[in-house]
Structures are given as C-alpha cells and as structure tokens.
Design a protein around this ligand. Structure first.
Ligand code: IPD
Ligand code: CA
Ligand code: CA
Length: 266
C-alpha cells in the first residue's frame, strides 16, 4: 500500500498522540516529587548546561512506553541519542527547562513529538506542575482537551516576547551585535521575558498566553512538539523543527514584517 502521512493506516495520528500523552504523563509523578527537592546537578557541554538523574530516568520511562506501543520505532532523545529506524520517529525531551526544574522555578515541561516520513503528525508538551497537557495532531491543537487558538497582539507594542536570546553561545558568536538586537527587542516589545524552556514557550504562544517566542540553536527535541502546536493552533512557526537551528513563532495575525523580530527571522 502506498501510504502517506495523511491517510496512514499503519500509523494513525490519534494513536500516536495517545502514546505521546501516556509517555509524558508517566513521568509526571516523578517530576512533581523531585521538584523543589534541589536535586543534584551535573553538567554536560559546559557549566550552563545542567542535567539531573531525573532527566535520564524520565527519558528511559518515556522510551519504554513508546517501545511498548510502537516496537522498534526510531527515537531521538536528548539524553539517549538516536535509536531504532523506520518511517516513524519520536523526538523526546524528558525535561525541557532543566535549569528551572533543578532550581525550583515552575517553568519546565516534557516534550514528545512523532513524525512519519519526516512530517510532524502528533505532539505533546506536558507541564507537570500545573498539570497542563498541550496536544497537537493533524486534526488540531488542544490544552487539556479544549481546542486552542494562537491569537493575541498584532504588533510589538502590545506583544509579550518570550526569548532567552542572547544566550552565552550567542554572545560568543555575535558579541555586541547580540546586545544591540536584544536592546531593540526590549525597547520595541511591551514586555520581554527570559522564562526558559523552548517547548513550553511555544505551547504558551499556541494557547495565546504570550504573543511571540524566539530562540537560537534549538534541537528537534526542544521544538518539534511546540512547532506542531503553534501551527495547528493557527500561529506562525518559522524554522525547521526537525533540524538544529533558530526558530521564531508568533500568534496568528501578528505583523512580523514590521516587528523588531524581522531582523532575526530564520
Ligand atoms: C534548553 C531550554 C532553554 C533553551 C536551550 C535548551 P534543556 O533545554 O529549552 O530554554 O534556551 O536552547 O537547550 O537543556 O533545559 O532541555
Ligand atoms: Ca531542551
Ligand atoms: Ca532536556
């Protein structure tokens, strides 16, 4: 049979979404219990890239749920790397916003997405502290089962921008130029917030709880689910969510052409 992602009987999108939600929720109790316990932190690339035992254990749990439902499918996880092969590929960030999680700041999430033949078809961003479950599939986008619409400000002066730009890596690469761009964001937008967690930022833009999000050097596990959420909720997502790179998202109807963000649009 010549199946495409939209008439796929081998990989029904609602079944993939169900698995993503089951896997994300499976680590909720662990993350809630560990939150504000000041878990021990080790570092990966550098001292600003934290990881805890909960990142690794959560990814193992998520992988076990996926493997139980879709044996042998490909998984790209932040902690466990790339495994498996085939048309179905999962993108897993067990904790997006580990620095927040480790410190006790309630802005982090679990992010899981599924792609068939390289096309995103299902994704969940789960905020275990608020028990907010943001889901998207080719059929729509929801928060806790209620459809969401990415709408809000139409221009910078009314808009809340979520960004961690410039990151320390942006500072090394761009120096003073990065501070100049950031200065322009600060004076153009109604408010700029450095909340962390790319995935949860995108979920909030999808729900219309913030107006724009911008980030650099994001990995597919950070943004795959969030990108699908924004697009399926009627917002705009620029950048390739399945490759490492920059992203820009805004609510539907936002005037990007006149925005200070236009200078950095991928
Ligand atoms: C990080 C967060 C952060 C973003 C970084 C990501 P992690 O993910 O999403 O907000 O600026 O690029 O790596 O390490 O907490 O999973
Ligand atoms: Ca991440
Ligand atoms: Ca992570």
């Amino acid at each position: 049979m010549n199946a495409t992602p939209h008439d796929d009987t081998q990989f029904p999108h609602d079944a993939l979404l169900e698995t993503a939600v089951e896997a994300a929720r499976a680590v909720g109790p662990r993350l809630r219990k560990a939150f504000r316990s000041r878990p021990e932190v080790s570092t990966k690339r550098d001292f600003q890239d934290p990881v805890t035992e909960h990142d690794k254990a959560s990814e193992e749990t998520i992988r076990a749920v996926i493997e139980g439902r879709w044996p042998g499918s490909a998984v790209l996880g932040e902690e466990g790397g790339a495994t498996g092969s085939g048309r179905l590929r999962w993108y897993v960030d067990p904790i997006d916003g580990t620095a927040n999680f480790a410190a006790g700041l309630p802005f982090f999430c679990v992010s899981i997405a599924a792609a068939v033949d390289g096309e995103l078809v299902a994704g969940v961003v789960y905020d275990p502290v608020r028990d907010d479950e943001f889901t998207a599939s080719t059929a729509g986008a929801w928060c806790n089962g209620t459809p969401i619409r990415s709408s809000g400000a139409t221009g910078d002066r009314e808009a809340m921008l979520l960004t961690s730009y410039p990151t320390p890596r942006d500072m090394s690469a761009e120096g003073e130029d990065a501070l100049r761009r950031y200065g322009r964001f600060l004076t153009s937008f109604s408010a700029v917030r450095r909340v962390g967690s790319a995935a949860l930022k995108l979920a909030h833009v999808a729900a219309g709880w913030s107006d724009a999000a911008y980030g650099t050097r994001a990995n597919p596990w950070d943004v795959a689910a969030g990108a699908l959420l924004v697009r399926q909720a009627g917002g705009v997502y620029l950048g390739d969510p399945l490759a490492t790179g920059d992203y820009l998202a805004c609510v539907g109807g936002f005037d990007l052409a006149s925005s200070a963000l236009s200078e950095v649009a991928p």
